[in-house]
Ligand binder design. Structure first.
Ligand SMILES: Nc1ncnc2c1ncn2[C@@H]1O[C@H](COP(=O)(O)OP(=O)(O)OP(=O)(O)O)[C@@H](O)[C@H]1O
Ligand SMILES: [Mg+2]
Length: 237
């Protein structure tokens, strides 16, 4: 569904991505792991049209989408949940959801879609009139994911969803992503929490110095001593 072919790009004259290549199949969860500064978030910016590409191709269902703007990529079914907290703290849950559809022409359709999305997230329905800041960290991440779903994406890029969350909430957010995958949405995520993330993923990818170092089934990476040593605290050795 998504394929990067030899993607080079960076910020100004600095090259960060040095030939990133990988393909992910539709209906799967793939986790990208790698050291700080490896270029993981930069890969997402490249896919979502937020980075100057020097060369390479980004194919979405066979069509080269490199160079398109975020709004065109959204129309092609790609959505992006950036690293960090992205809800508007003083707005209600409902108004945060509305913002996910702010670019849509048909606002009546957006309101219908909010109902559909709230059916998938009963906690958000329960707290629809509360300020986003009053939700727990995990609920706020769910709100970000729910908002990303408003335009009915085929592919969701989610950057470090578990950061700052307690282990319980991490599992809750991961369950949300598994549910999306089971509903047919393709998930590409970046995670520092490598062990837990690979455990719930279909595929894993190791990025180092702006290049794809390893790409395999998640269980294969989990059992690989090199991955264990570098990213799983040596736990797998
Ligand atoms: N807006 C920017 N302008 C210039 N350089 C940047 C910018 N954003 C990131 N970089 C640089 O690009 C490199 C890769 O950054 P990136 O955020 O992609 O890493 P990452 O793998 O996501 O790291 P982390 O695990 O810390 O989130 C780093 O050296 C960083 O300093
Ligand atoms: Mg990052």
């Amino acid at each position: 569904m998504l394929e990067l072919k030899n993607v080079y790009g960076g910020y100004g004259k600095i090259t960060i991505l040095n030939g990133v290549s990988f393909a992910i199949p539709s209906g799967s969860i793939t986790t990208i792991i790698g050291p700080n500064g490896a270029g993981k978030s930069t890969v997402f910016k490249a896919i979502f049209g937020l980075l100057d590409l020097h060369s390479g191709e980004i194919l979405m269902n066979g069509e080269n989408v490199a160079g398109l703007k975020p709004r065109d990529l959204i129309a092609k079914g790609i959505t992006y949940v950036p690293q960090g907290r992205n809800v508007v703290p003083q707005l209600s849950v409902y108004h945060n959801l509305e913002m996910g559809g702010i670019t849509a022409r048909d606002q009546a359709a957006v309101r219908e879609r909010i109902e559909v999305v709230m059916d998938q997230f009963p906690t958000l329905r329960q707290h629809r009139d509360r300020k986003a800041v009053e939700l727990s960290g995990g609920q706020q991440k769910q709100l970000e994911v729910a908002r990303a779903l408003l335009l009915d994406p085929k592919l969701i890029l989610i950057d470090e969803p578990s950061i700052g969350l307690s282990p319980n909430l991490v599992q809750e957010v991961f369950r949300t992503l598994t549910r999306l995958r089971d509903g047919g949405v393709t998930v590409l995520m970046v995670e520092q929490n490598a062990k837990a993330a690979l455990a719930m993923s279909d595929y894993g990818l190791v990025l180092e110095l702006g290049q794809t170092r390893m790409h395999d089934r998640a269980e294969t990476l989990l059992a690989d001593p090199r991955v264990g040593r570098l990213f799983l605290g040596g736990a797998m050795e």
